[in-house]
Structure formats: C-alpha cells, structure tokens
Design a protein around this ligand. Structure first.
Ligand code: PEP
Ligand code: MN
Length: 342
C-alpha cells in the first residue's frame, strides 16, 4: 500500500507514520519528495492488517491499495481459464453452455415438457427453482423437496445436468443431493454463512451478482467460495438495479468483460432476470456471447402466460429454439461453439 502524507508535515510526524506502518507488520519504505513524502508499505495486503485505518492520523492524506483484495479469484494467481466439470458438462472452455428451463419447477408435466424441448434445442443443463426467493410472502414459494425430486427425474429421463437455487444453509445438503450446480441467487450472494456452507458441499456453484453489488464485492463473494476450499465457481451476471424502468434490471455486459479480465472463472449471463422481458432475451444473448460469456442461463416455460413466477420474461420452447438457431453466426464470430455441434 502507499501512504500519502500531507504536504509540509514535520519530520517527527512522518516518523510516526513510518513507525505505525512497521507496527502493523509492513516494511516501510519512505520516498521523500520536495514537498511531500509517500511511504510505500511492503507486505501482503490480502492477509495483513489494512493500512486504510492510518487515514485516522491527521498527517495522512490518503492510503492507496496496490494489490487486489481477491487473490484466489484473480487472473494473476491463475493465468489460465478455469474449466469446471459439472456432472460431465464442461463450463469455461471454447464451448458455450446453455442452461435453460423454467423459473420455478411447477409440475411434472411442465418440467418434463420443458426439459425435452430445451434439450432438443441444444441445452445441456436444465434450470428450475425448487426453492424460490419471492418478494412477497403470498407468491408461489416453490415446490421444495418435491421440486428436487422432479428435477432428479428430469435428469434421469433426459440426461440433462441440473442447476437449482439453494436459499438457506439448512437446505444445502438436500439441494446438493440433487443438483449438479448449486445456484446462489442475487438476494443471497453476500449471505456469507450460506456461501461457506455451499462451498463445503463440494458442488460447483453458480454465483449470481447481487442487484446492488459492485463488481469487486461480487468477486470477493467468489473469493469466499474459493477460500473455503471450493474451486468450482461460476460467476453469473443477472442485471443490477438502476433508475431505468423499461427493463426489470440493467444487464451489465461490461461487468462480464471485466470479470473475464480480472478472474480465471467462467462467467455466465442470465438475460432473463437481466432485463425481465422475453422480447429482449434473444438480442441480449448475442451481446453476452460477443463480450465473452461462457454460458447463458435462460428461462423457458411451456406456457409463459400461466407461469407461477416470472412469466413476463420466460420464452416458450419455439422461441428458445429459434434463439439458439439464430445464435450460430454470433458464436462463430466469437470463436465459440455449442457442445452439441461437435
Ligand atoms: C432465478 O434465476 O429465477 C432467480 C430468482 O434469479 P436471481 O437470484 O438472479 O433473481
Ligand atoms: Mn426467475
């Protein structure tokens, strides 16, 4: 870290800062300019005490961090992209993974119809919430264990791998018993105890960006999973809350490009929560592919008008099939392929 001392600070006050830096476990290296002194503090910023507290001293103007706060997630620590194996589906290589299915698992008929349709169109992973985080307590909360049972049956019947959300520490073991990937939702991505419990399950985890999370906070949440021994972390951009109301959220594609630059982790885009409008999902998928996404998480329902959650943003099966078919030139331009095209 670099400690910038205010101009015209007397020598004894500069010495005081140098002593504090040493006391906090860093090697102080003062650089004395004509008007101002800066102290380079050498040490591991990730594990040592933060020197930001030194701004409490009146002679300290500011403290500048040099190292990133996330270490295991950073590209510097791991220059090659991480490829995750989720029950045999590889995420993070040159293939773009399609994860598709209903917002909520509603019934056997609904789930099976969707599973067959998304598989036929090229998806390799079936999404579907058994436990749903709903804004109102009066809205459909998900089928719970029965939803997990239906997801397991859909996997058995179609061979699709399963991604489903875990809402509480209490359910981690049960959900991990069925899921090939645990989904940590936008409302829970800074629920650190839940993150730790999910990390310990050993299952691959898709970590949504919280709706008011800065990129650094999102990457630090991923760092929690990595620091608790789970290397199989997938980041997912799903839109952030802004002042705009033509869309439900503002899909932040710059964050996808930044996450790809900053980390070695695969990044998936969820355009369904990202804009909340079925009519925009197709074009946002094209944008996601262009900025380097490794996968798409798309809501598909056999009859969106009757969906028990998020009907306005779910695609019907023919629209999903046409989305995938029309993605071809965009995939080629980005140098990517769909697993089924091999
Ligand atoms: C979902 O995928 O249906 C969902 C609830 O997502 P998010 O956590 O991004 O809102
Ligand atoms: Mn949804």
């Amino acid at each position: 870290m670099i400690i910038v001392i205010r101009p015209h600070t007397p020598a004894d006050k500069v010495e005081e800062v140098i002593r504090e830096v040493a006391a906090l476990g860093y090697l102080p290296n003062p650089i004395r300019g004509e008007y101002q002194t800066v102290v380079a503090a050498i040490g591991d910023e990730v594990t040592h005490a933060s020197l930001e507290s030194l701004t409490a001293l009146p002679q300290v103007e500011r403290v500048i961090r040099v190292q990133k706060r996330y270490k295991l997630a950073s590209r510097e620590s791991h220059p090659h992209p991480t490829i995750i194996d989720a029950g045999g589906v590889r995420i993070g290589g040159d293939e773009i993974v399609l994860m598709a299915g209903p917002c909520s698992v509603e019934s056997e008929e609904q789930l099976m119809a969707t599973a067959h349709a998304v598989k036929a169109a090229g998806a390799t992973i079936l999404r579907g919430g058994a436990y749903k985080p709903r804004t109102s307590p009066y809205e459909f909360q998900g089928l719970g264990p029965e939803g997990l049972r239906l997801l397991a049956a859909a996997r058995k019947e179609t061979g699709l791998r399963i991604i489903t959300e875990v809402l509480s520490e209490r359910d981690v073991e049960t959900v991990a018993g069925t899921a090939d990937i645990l989904q940590l939702g936008a409302r829970n991505s800074q629920n650190f105890q839940l993150l730790i419990a999910c990390a310990r399950s050993g299952k691959p985890i898709l970590l949504k960006r919280g709706m008011s999370m800065r990129i650094e906070e999102w990457l630090l949440a991923a760092e929690y999973l990595l620091a608790h021994g789970n290397p199989n972390v997938i980041l997912c951009e799903r839109g952030i809350r802004t002042f705009e109301n033509y869309t439900r959220n503002t899909l932040d594609l710059a964050a996808v490009a930044i996450a790809k630059q900053e980390t070695h982790l695969p990044v998936v885009v969820d355009p369904s929560q990202g804009c909340g409008r079925a009519d925009l999902v197709k074009v946002l998928c094209r944008g996601a592919v262009a900025v380097g996404a490794d996968g798409l998480l798309i809501e598909v329902h056999p009859n969106p008008a009757e969906a028990l959650s998020d009907g306005q943003q779910q695609l019907d099966p023919p629209s999903f099939a046409s989305l995938v078919a029309d993605l071809g030139p965009y995939l080629s331009a980005a140098g990517r392929v769909l697993p089924a095209q091999r």
